[in-house]
Ligand binder design. Structure first.
Ligand code: ZN
Length: 241
């Protein structure tokens, strides 16, 4: 029925690479479009990129968490048709992995098993002192700086902040999945955010599908470009057997 369905039917090993646009239809805005934070005491305004940096986390932990809780945590968000379709494609044996820049855990919530979260997840948190792990509930229930119930240490989300390196193991798995894929579907990202551009270079398959409302620098390389919201572009696969 659609050009995308033809591609999916001809594919044996699809990898999906997604960005913030995949979650906007679940009501999660791209934090880069969020406002910054104005500190009256310091008389300065902080940009989101500054607040979400490692050094800001260390030096202004409480302000970091104020911002993090209100801007990055969306505990009531639910998977949208894009998440559900990708999980269905995996169950149908068509899709081998989802690589995502999102930290909201919605792919797992939709039922996807192999999800490579390049920037970590808000659902995983750990004590900086004793390394014990905590779920999102601990962050949501706490006020101010969340602390470890065992040792009193500061809890940090397993989210890759600015100035922090990506997990090399996750990156390596992403490279391997891309290198083995015959089809790459990219959605909800303009591919400018590190390390997206570099990773896409690992893909050597024959079909590159871009689903994005705006043009990207990769459109010329694509075998199919779809200028539609990602949820509606993938909706036809939600019930794939
Ligand atoms: Zn601890």
């Amino acid at each position: 029925m659609s050009a995308l369905r033809d591609v999916v039917e001809a594919s044996r090993r699809i990898v999906f690479f997604g960005g913030a646009g995949v979650s906007t239809e679940s009501g999660i805005p791209d934090f880069r479009s969020a406002g910054g934070l104005y500190s009256r005491e310091a008389g300065v305004a902080y940009a989101p990129e500054e607040i979400l940096s490692h050094s800001f986390f260390v030096s202004h932990t409480e302000q970091f968490y104020d911002y993090y809780r209100t801007q990055l945590l969306h505990p009531d968000a639910r998977p949208n048709p894009a998440h559900l379709a990708l999980a269905a494609l995996e169950r149908a044996g068509k899709l081998s992995a989802v690589i995502t820049q999102n930290i909201d855990g919605l792919h797992a919530a939709a039922g996807s098993k192999r999800v490579l979260e390049l920037h970590g997840s808000v659902h995983r948190n750990h004590c900086l002192q004793c390394r014990r792990e905590f779920g999102l509930d601990v962050i949501l229930r706490s006020t101010g700086v969340p602390r470890c119930s065992f040792c009193g240490g500061v809890i940090k989300p397993d989210v890759v902040l600015y100035e922090e390196a990506l997990d090399p193991a996750v990156l390596e798995q992403a490279v391997t999945e891309l290198a083995q894929a015959d089809t790459l579907i990219v959605g909800g990202t303009s591919l400018v955010v590190y390390p997206a551009a570099g990773l896409i270079g690992s893909f050597t398959g024959s079909q590159l599908v871009l689903i994005n409302r705006d043009a990207t620098g990769y459109d010329r390389m694509a075998t199919l470009t779809i200028r539609e919201p990602i949820g509606s572009a993938l909706a036809e696969f939600v019930d794939i057997a």
